[in-house]
Design a protein around this ligand. Structure first.
Ligand code: G1P
Ligand code: ZN
Length: 544
């Protein structure tokens, strides 16, 4: 073996955030930057010798280069086998599924999710463990500590790497198997949903769907699942070809970044059902004709209807939502008499609850929903869930949501993002808020008494791990909430997220405009946090 040892000076900015290490492509292109982080992962992970790993990414700029480097480092570190998605492509949910299906030690996902791509965009890398879940904090923290002291990495010599054809080759003693990126995942979906019922919905009658792949990884998955297996029309997919720069767009499935999809749905001749997924395929947006389903409502509706769906017929064990996600699902859990967990932001906090079979469904307000079928949120899974529900109910998206509100009440909900603000100012804003929480409880604002004001902390009930400073919560006696936190996935300056929620039981008041009905709370948030003063911005950059 002619493994080389490359001496390096460690980088000081490789602490993984909410979802792995995310930086600009330019940062990743600095010589040894990616290699140092990959070696830090390998220095952390136990039982690497002789192990199998899954590898793939969302196809964004630098994906192929990164894969070549990672393969050579893996070979030099004693990995026995790599399952690599064809052309280096795998969605995040597909990686999670493959790790579980083939009992791999773990996987490496190359993606910066919904962040823009291209030479001027972002890149990212994330390690998932044996159950297919994002590495928990104690592992990401050890990876970071290792990245601070690393002084060399090991790498196999350069060789031509053919990743576009299904097949096998070796690098030193390591076997690389190129696998179809889509088929395992699509097969799995067929076991969870009633494909016959969905096929009937899509092919008989006048039901029309439109899926926006946002020029990102789900294009090939959507083609196989919706068109080849479910018979969706040729024009049911838009932006279905994955591009390294996502066509210059922001591959984030929300009202702000899926404008054309929104326009097509908000039309009298528009489709009955619209959906989109993000850069790496783990997020989803659900739309009806002239109707937007908030991700928080989507989770609640799934929970309420899960027993109708093939893969969840036995009923669900429990549910979980990230703290800023609306409390809509809590009300369903109460009715079903099942546990409802509130976790910090980030999918990794659901992992123990899923592994321990305490929950079956979980979700985040940030367009993420998933279940115990894998250990990542799953965009196409959520969309199939909705299609299956529509096939069963034979009703519109809007009617299904309205019926849900009528039964459980409506949680009006919005998130306001202030992007690319000065990091020091953002930290000062949060610190000032933190100090304020000590005396806010008991005060009345606009007639509503504050019953909780704190910085959210979480103790995992499975492994007892503890996480603090997960967002400032201000909760009123009528269950309204204002939550502030700083993003852990951004790469430019800081992003302040303000989450606002108000519960309305009265069905006569379920048709109000979200921003208008939350106006008072939005104003309170601005005043309490002095947002304009700290950020210099009069209004949020993105409202979802
Ligand atoms: C954001 C979302 C969070 C999600 C994460 C990864 O993280 O808010 O819910 O888990 O992306 O998709 P943030 O930037 O807020 O730290
Ligand atoms: Zn994503």
């Amino acid at each position: 073996m002619s493994i080389e040892t490359i001496k390096i000076v460690p980088f000081d900015d490789q602490r993984p955030g909410t979802s792995g290490l995310r930086k600009s492509v330019k940062r990743f292109q600095i010589p040894h930057y990616l290699a140092a982080f990959v070696q830090s992962i390998f220095n952390t992970v136990e039982d690497l010798q002789g192990a199998t790993l899954v590898l793939g990414g969302d196809g964004r700029f630098y994906n192929r280069e990164a894969i070549k480097i990672i393969l050579r480092i893996a070979a030099a570190n004693g990995v026995k086998k790599i399952l690599l998605g064809q052309s280096g492509i795998l969605s995040t949910p597909a990686v999670s599924h493959l790790i579980r299906k083939y009992y791999a030690l773990g996987g490496i996902i190359l993606s910066a999710s919904h962040n823009p791509g291209g030479p001027e965009g972002d890149f990212g890398i994330k390690f998932n463990t044996t159950q297919g879940e994002p590495a928990p904090e104690h592992i990401t923290e050890r990876i970071y500590q290792n990245s601070r002291i690393i002084d060399h990495y090991k790498i196999a010599p350069l060789q031509a790497i053919a990743m576009d054809k299904i097949g096998e080759f070796s690098i030193e003693n390591m076997q690389v198997e190129i696998i179809d990126s889509v088929s395992d995942y699509a097969d799995y979906m067929e076991t969870l949903f009633d494909f016959t019922a969905i096929r009937n919905l899509l092919t008989q009658g006048d039901f029309k769907m439109l899926f926006d792949a946002m020029n990102a990884v789900t294009g090939p998955y959507a083609k196989e699942i919706f068109q080849n297996r479910l018979g969706a029309a040729r024009n049911a997919l838009m932006r279905q070809h994955p591009l390294a720069n996502f066509g210059g767009c922001h591959p984030d499935p929300n009202q702000a970044h899926a404008k054309e999809l929104m326009q097509r749905l908000y039309s009298p001749t528009g489709p009955n059902f619209g959906a989109a997924s993000d850069g790496d395929g783990d997020r989803n947006m659900i739309l009806g004709n002239y109707f937007f389903v908030t991700p928080s409502d989507s989770l609640a509706i799934m929970a309420a209807n899960a027993s109708l769906i093939l893969g969840y017929r036995e009923g669900i064990k429990g549910v979980a939502r990230s703290m800023p996600t609306s409390q809509a699902v809590d009300r369903v859990a109460e009715q079903l008499n099942i546990a409802c967990y509130e976790t910090p932001t980030g999918w990794k906090f659901f992992a123990n609850l899923l592994d321990d079979q305490r929950i079956s469904l979980c979700g985040e307000e940030s367009f993420g929903t998933g279940s115990d079928h894998i250990r990542e949120k799953d965009g196409l899974w959520a969309i199939l869930f909705w299609l299956n529900l529509l096939a069963i109910k034979q009703d519109s998206v809007e009617n299904i949501v309205r019926a849900h509100w009528a039964k459980y009440g409506r949680n009006y909900y919005t998130r306001h993002d202030y992007e690319n603000i000065n990091s020091d100012a953002a930290n000062e804003l949060m610190q000032a808020l933190r100090e304020k929480t000590h005396y806010l409880v008991g005060h009345r604002l606009s007639g509503q008494k504050i019953v909780t004001a704190d910085d959210f902390s979480y103790r995992d009930s499975v492994d007892d791990s503890y996480t603090e400073q997960q967002g400032i919560r201000i909760i009123f006696e009528n269950d309204s909430r204002i939550i502030f936190r700083l993003s852990g996935t951004g790469t430019k300056g800081a992003t302040l997220r303000v989450y606002i929620e108000r519960y309305e039981a009265n069905v006569q008041k379920h048709d109000l405009d979200t921003q208008k009905t939350l106006k008072t709370l939005i104003a309170i948030a601005n005043v309490i946090a002095k947002i304009s003063e700290y950020t210099g911005k009069k209004r949020a950059d993105v409202i979802t």
